[in-house]
Design a protein around this ligand. Sequence first.
Ligand code: ZN
Length: 194
Amino acid sequence: MQRLITELSRLPGIGKRSAERVAFYLLKRPAEEAAALARAIEDLKKNVHHCSVCFNLTEHDPCAICGDAQRDRTQVLVVEQPRDVATMEQTGMYKGVYHVLMGRLSPLDGIGPGELNIDSLMARLTSDKVREVILGTNPSIEGDGTALYLARELGAHGVKVSRLGRGLPTGSELEYVSKAVLADALHGRQDLAP
Ligand code: ZN
């Protein structure tokens, strides 16, 4: 019991009190139910990987979005985290593909361009004949800095670059923005280059 409570309280947003509540709840439930939860956690680490094209999380490589022939491969939306892909997909508005940086530039934390999936993004410009890159990094200081850096690099390659804009509250994170605002930000994106 104590081991489970310790493990549960490591989860984000779960304090010791909540961990105890979950542990006691599981104790009361049928054994199959607890086993199903344990299996789901095990399978998550065994079966979920990064897509080799866009770095989204997936059980199959390439992911369902990259493998979908209906999606426009020449339009790439760049985001910081896999959960941003999920958030954008919920709007149902975007028909292009994605590229997940796995973070943002943060010189103070030692995160430079080499630490993010930027080389693979540049490689896609030619291999997928990309015509537009939409920068969907968070509207925070570091997200803006990352967008600025990418706009310069991408602009030098002659590709059209735009930034998710209108309505996104400064300092916010995409995952907490409402679907309507996100759809509006996609629609009202601003050209950065050329
Ligand atoms: Zn993918």
